[in-house]
Unconditional design. Sequence first.
Lengths: 74, 578
Amino acid sequence: MRVTTKLFATLRRGRFDIDTFDLPEGATVDDIITKLGIPENEVTLIFVNGRRADRATQLADGDSVALFPPVGGG
Amino acid sequence: MDKILRIDMGAEGGPKATTVPTGEYSGLGGRALTSAIVSKEIPPACHPLSAENKLIIAPGLLSGTTSAMSGRISVGSKSPLTGGIKESNAGGQPSQVLARLGYAAIVLEGKPKGDDIYKIFINKDGITITPDNSLKMLGNYSVVEKMKAEHGHKIACISVGQAGEMRLLAASIAFTDTELRPTRHAGRGGTGAVMGSKGVKIIVLDDTGTTMRQPKDPNKFKEANKKWIAGLQSHGVTGQALPTYGTNVLTNIINEAGGYPTYNFKEGRFAGAVKISGEVEADLETKRGGLATHGCHRGCVIRCSGIYNDKDGHYLTKQPEYETVWAHGGECGIDDMDTIAMLDFLEDDIGLDTIETGVTIGVTMEAGLLKFGDGEGAINLVREIGKGSPLGRIIGSGAAVTGKVFGVERVPVVKGQALPAYDPRAVQGIGVTYATSPMGADHTAGYAVATNILGVGGTVDPLKPGGQVQLSRNLQIATAFIDSMGMCIFTAFAILDQPETFQALLDLVNACHGLEMTAADTVEYGKRVLKMERDFNARAGFTKEQDRLPSFFRSQPVGPHNVTFEVNDEELDQVFNW
């Protein structure tokens, strides 16, 4: 299945802003984080299709995953 | 900080300054002090531009000390925009300077008879009030330049631009930053119009010959300040995200979450958001020789601001904040950073609330006066405000007035004040704060976005009504306390997640003032402030019917989540039922 991944803020450094790749059926958000080699504690906010998700969230074909480090403002 | 400077602008024979002890207001600072004076001394039914209204400017209880982040200043009044109580607060240098000069507050009262405008100079030796009509209709940048020529560079200024002089409802009050530029604003609620109505163009503060305020227990204070700074620096938001990218780091995440109001709250995502995000902005600032990390006042360790240079590397404006970028970006469909930065500069110079002005431009686009995305048209509209043309005066009077003039249904305001940069349908917690804050729609009054979207202070589902009332209530109470200390609200990100950092704040307050406040006491302090504010509004004629969002938020679903605002009226009425 094809999943789009978007990285933000410091997570982009040395990686990418947006990319789409193939994942095996049943893959989770955690699989993407592992595949990209992002250290355990760097991702604190995960959105799948604009909804809050977590590492264990199972992905489906066409999903859009957004990964953020801690961010805030206002 | 044991005295209040009262200036009667309408006194016989010209403005008269009197310094009085804080008296019954002792122990109050910042928002607690401005709201106490508004609530006790201003007739709730008065016209906001009349002699009966007052303008109160107060540093926080910790301002002027060596404690980090203590440079916020509160401005209080009866708001010309909402008709209710207003506390609008700003960063910049004046808070620390005013506190070191020993003043808990400046209160501008009365109204001069003629049409002279005045400058007020305050240093350790006293107060001088002089009419100076050569300052008439100058922008904030020009009037500050003139003061630098007269008084040197070791000053801090509080001023109004053309908008304040014209008493427009979106007029702000400008506070100078560490570079002595008028870039930090008490934007919300039209307090600039009140200052203009008092005939005051600028207050110049000079703290030469003064020292830092001394805490009652210097050792305990020093120890607490170390823990306070360490706590702020170790939290991901205050230690990394805000220093690196500034507040505009929010554009991508709020857009991703579907809560980024687009085309005047028609949609929840903006295709152009990626071009005006904090990542792009910080990169541009660095490339052009500006700064992506910069504090708005000395003693700030978060440093969320920056310096924005134009294409040729010349200073254009300070780093436009998230709310400003959104108000002219997604709200107006503009996706060009330089256009937004120019609007930021113009609004700082003319002295306008960037949220109110941006939303108003969005409303005119909805009306068809301009097309969404027309950056040049937006710049021209803002210039009209500075000129004081009839159209400019309408736009400068805010979204509610402009919406009526142009016959627009979708006007995003509560109590007459424009909504900030989070759609309350997709971030329901902030909708509760918008609806119920005594200030009108104000995200800073109880920043539920933290818990709804950012995972700070726990997690509450942003798309559902459950838990939002309690969240907003607790945040509104905590914020009222923080606003009274002179502390930047961004410290809340660390406080909400780290109990030891909250304890460090308590220790700072206690060591400074010789108190023994507990966490429970801070809650009581915050409630007391909110109670005074709500009491003033009730006497000014506000009822629960004003604690509501515009009805379109219930009837028009917003994409991509296709949601409406679902917190019902009965629940909203429980926010202050603690």
